[in-house]
Design a protein around this ligand. Structure first.
Ligand SMILES: [Fe+2]
Length: 199
């Protein structure tokens, strides 16, 4: 089931596909930072690689719209966690996909759940998802430096992000730099796809 979903995503939108690959690999590193078991890390990786797979139902012109979205387009975008989770049967993986846009303070979607009510995989993916979005350059906006991106994550620790995950990540910031940032971040997807980075 996974390769088929991902294959569909790759054909639909390569940017989102590459984002999922990067998020999965970085989430795996986060899993190690917070000392999850290998079994839990495997579940986390699967949730993370599939977290945006629901976007296959969203027209590409909305996904790649450079300007602000109107309310109907925003409604569609906000459906992607539910649509993605519907494609997956395994509970932990499904929950991670469904909850990756929830925020620690309850201001996220689809349910507005907060704190540790949000499944762990969702809390981890939320951080990595933001980190990746900040680090990658898009045609319509500049990327942040690694320093700036980590500062942003730190600033919203306990607000959007689980502090029990943020703190260990910040302690291993240099490790992140070594694994993911010694090459241009733009090249990361291709490098991961070629399996030239092991995490
Ligand atoms: Fe998403």
């Amino acid at each position: 089931m996974f390769p088929q979903c991902l294959d569909t995503l790759l054909k639909h939108d390569i940017e989102t596909f590459n984002h999922c690959i990067r998020v999965a690999n970085i989430a795996k590193w986060v899993g190690r930072c917070i000392q999850l078991t290998e079994y839990e890390i495997n579940d986390l990786y699967d949730s993370a690689i599939l977290h945006d797979v629901g976007k296959i139902k969203i027209p590409i012109k909305i996904l790649n719209k450079p300007g602000p979205l109107n309310s109907n387009q925003m409604k569609l975008i906000k459906m992607h966690p539910a649509w993605g989770s519907e494609l997956i049967a395994e509970k932990q993986i499904k929950n991670g996909i469904l909850s990756h846009h929830e925020k620690y303070d309850g201001s996220g979607y689809p349910y507005g759940i907060k704190g540790k009510e949000i499944p762990l995989n969702g809390r981890i993916i939320a951080i990595v998802d933001s980190l990746d979005a900040m680090l990658i350059k898009r045609p319509y906006r500049k990327n942040l430096s690694l320093q700036e991106a980590f500062k942003e994550i730190e600033q919203y620790s306990g607000v959007y992000y689980d502090p029990d995950i943020v703190t260990p990540i910040l302690l291993r910031k240099k490790d992140f730099k070594h694994n993911f940032y010694t090459i241009s971040y733009k090249e990361l997807s291709d490098k991961i796809l070629l399996n030239s980075i092991s995490v």
